[in-house]
Design a protein around this ligand. Structure first.
Ligand SMILES: Cc1cc2nc3c(=O)[nH]c(=O)nc-3n(C[C@H](O)[C@H](O)[C@H](O)COP(=O)(O)O)c2cc1C
Length: 167
């Protein structure tokens, strides 16, 4: 099997946020997709070992901050390479509250979801969320996962579903 074929799949770059007993937290994720339009639903795949997984399961809600090409790339690292268990993920990162959820201010759009179902895999939980709020924050070109790799020269850690060992 040539896993490089997976590199030909397209994704965006998001920060999936939620509440941890009143404290905002979250992680970087590329594995988000719209599943239905009416009612609008979105799915995200979050590793069992990510602190965000436990927090989404407990709060029953998550938000997607959709990063743009002009979003600070440092946001991806801050949310993607540390755990919210030991760190305040929003330290030094602008936050805004939308639909009662914490959202990254330096994003081009956001979507707020209420968890309506989930599916367990061997390593990740796929949360299915019903969209309860969404809006555009600023005009920008949404960042693709390919842009993150090819232009920003970013890497993905093991907990990303799209991780390739040769990275
Ligand atoms: C570009 C990128 C994409 C990622 N995509 C995902 C993803 O879709 N699902 C996931 O579970 N982790 C993904 N990760 C890894 C998590 O962001 C990372 O494990 C994070 O440290 C988890 O933080 P937490 O423990 O606070 O939840 C990604 C990381 C990066 C940098």
């Amino acid at each position: 099997m040539n896993k490089n074929a997976f590199r030909n799949m397209s994704y965006g770059v998001y920060v999936v946020t939620t509440w941890d007993n009143g404290r905002a937290t979250g992680c970087t994720a590329n594995s988000a997709m719209q599943i239905t339009s009416d009612p609008a639903t979105i799915a995200v795949s979050i590793n069992h070992d990510n602190y965000t997984n436990k927090c989404i399961a407990e709060s029953g809600r998550f938000a997607l901050s959709i990063l743009g090409e002009n979003s600070d790339p440092g946001i991806i690292g801050a949310f993607g390479f540390f755990s919210g268990k030991d760190k305040d993920k929003f330290e030094g990162i602008g936050q805004t509250i939308k639909g009662c959820m914490p959202v990254v201010a330096d994003a081009c759009a956001y979507v707020v979801c209420e968890v309506i179902d989930k599916m367990e895999t061997s390593s990740h939980t796929v949360f299915l969320g019903k969209v309860v709020d969404a809006d555009v924050l600023q005009p920008d070109t949404p960042m693709t996962y390919a842009y993150y790799h090819n232009v920003i020269k970013g890497k993905s850690p093991k907990n990303a579903p799209t991780y390739l060992a040769e990275e």
